[in-house]
Design a protein around this ligand. Structure first.
Ligand SMILES: [Zn+2]
Length: 385
């Protein structure tokens, strides 16, 4: 049992009725601690950032359910590595943060969408070579992730798609042959969406709940299409960073008039950022991306984002978009291993986008979210009044 309680202590001068309590912490993941607290009937809002305070009668029940009784010193030592480490280096108390790792398994599709040169297209084959390496890294970290897979890739490598599925990772929709929706008519976009769905179903029996647009581009009809298809979340837009928001239909904008916000719809946006995408940092593509950054530089950027979110955005989300054919190179994969190791030590929760989106939507249903204080909700309200 990794849950620990220390001895009860008197706090005679505190301005509360209850003046005697102990601490309950965990020598493991906060997930385990929260699950144990729930068993004791302690509401989640009593979480103190790295522990719960227990009154005497709850402490008794915790011990009878298997919590280990240890000295305060031992409790502090064994919970170190997460919150205690943060305090030791002078950071604010730990905010629980979900790190959602994603891999856009484009394989050949991303090249076929723009060329018929076999040598260029072969770049995509390396993505398939990298999949087992990525799965091994994730397994070592105990991390579940999301793979956005075009239908074209699913049919080229159905055995890899099944391995990804069987390892417990989420599979998301990523077009048919990596077409840019901004260049399609509404009818073509609908057709492409259906072909992507069909291929994932045929390759691995998967019905995706999430979508990332190839090239992170939308057409004027994309949001409508996703809502109509019952998609839970999208992760192609960049209107926020560590806090999700609901997308809108009917925004109006032009070069001559003010921006007019439309109506929020029940489609969660888990924000995307080109800075948290490996392609622009690492890959050469003539006329578009010529960077060949050192992994240490990218690690510094991604770690900086993590550090900020971890300290400031309680319950937040950090999404990283990678491509097996990019991140799968040895020197870059080594960086990802180091970075996720640091994140794990700091108590990051690695989970698929879909898991986070479901939880966020439950905690922030559209009907109450639009009444809330976020900039997105306020702008939408202002536009309606
Ligand atoms: Zn892609």
């Amino acid at each position: 049992m990794p849950v620990l309680v220390d001895p009860l202590r008197e706090y005679p001068h505190v301005p509360y009725r209850l003046k005697r309590w102990c601490h309950m912490a965990v020598d493991g993941s906060f997930e385990e601690l929260h699950a144990f607290a729930a068993q004791l009937g302690i509401p989640r809002h009593r979480f103190q950032g790295d522990h719960y305070d227990l009154p005497p009668w709850v402490r008794e029940r915790a011990v009878s359910l298997g919590a280990a009784e240890v000295s305060t010193r031992e409790l502090l030592e064994r919970m170190a590595g997460r919150a205690a480490t943060a305090r030791a280096v002078g950071l604010p108390p730990v905010a629980e943060l979900s790190v959602c790792l994603s891999f856009d398994f484009d394989a050949m599709s991303v090249w076929i969408a723009q060329t018929d040169n076999p040598a260029t297209i072969s770049r995509g084959e390396f993505g398939a070579v990298a999949i087992p390496r990525i799965l091994a890294l994730l397994e070592r970290r105990g991390a579940r992730a999301t793979f956005f897979i075009p239908g074209h890739t699913a049919l080229a490598y159905p055995f890899l798609v099944r391995e990804i599925r069987d390892a417990g990772h989420e599979i998301g929709h990523h077009g048919w042959v990596h077409e840019n929706p901004a260049k399609l008519t509404a009818a073509q976009e609908r057709d492409v969406f259906a072909r992507g769905l069909d291929a994932l179903a045929r390759a691995a029996g998967v019905v995706p709940v999430g979508y990332r647009s190839p090239a992170a581009n939308f057409s004027a009809s994309t949001i409508e299409l996703l809502v109509e298809q019952g998609v839970l979340y999208d992760t192609s837009c960049s209107g926020s960073d560590f806090t999700p928001y609901y997308l809108r239909r009917g925004d109006r904008f032009s070069k001559t008039g003010p921006y007019a916000f439309g109506t929020a719809v029940d489609l969660v946006e888990l924000p995307f950022s080109w800075g948290l995408d490996d392609f622009t940092h690492f890959e050469f593509e003539a006329g578009w991306s010529t960077e060949q950054s050192a992994p240490s530089a990218v690690q510094e950027i991604w770690h900086g984002e993590f550090e900020y979110a971890h300290a400031n955005v309680a319950g937040g989300f950090m999404g990283i978009c990678m491509h097996p054919q990019v991140i799968g190179r040895g020197h870059r994969l080594t960086m990802l291993d180091r970075l996720t190791g640091v994140m794990a030590e700091r108590g990051a929760r690695f989970e698929p986008y879909g898991d986070y989106a479901r939880r966020w939507r439950e905690a922030n249903p559209l009907s109450s979210w639009v009444e809330g204080g976020s900039v997105h909700a306020r702008a939408a309200r202002e536009a309606m009044s």
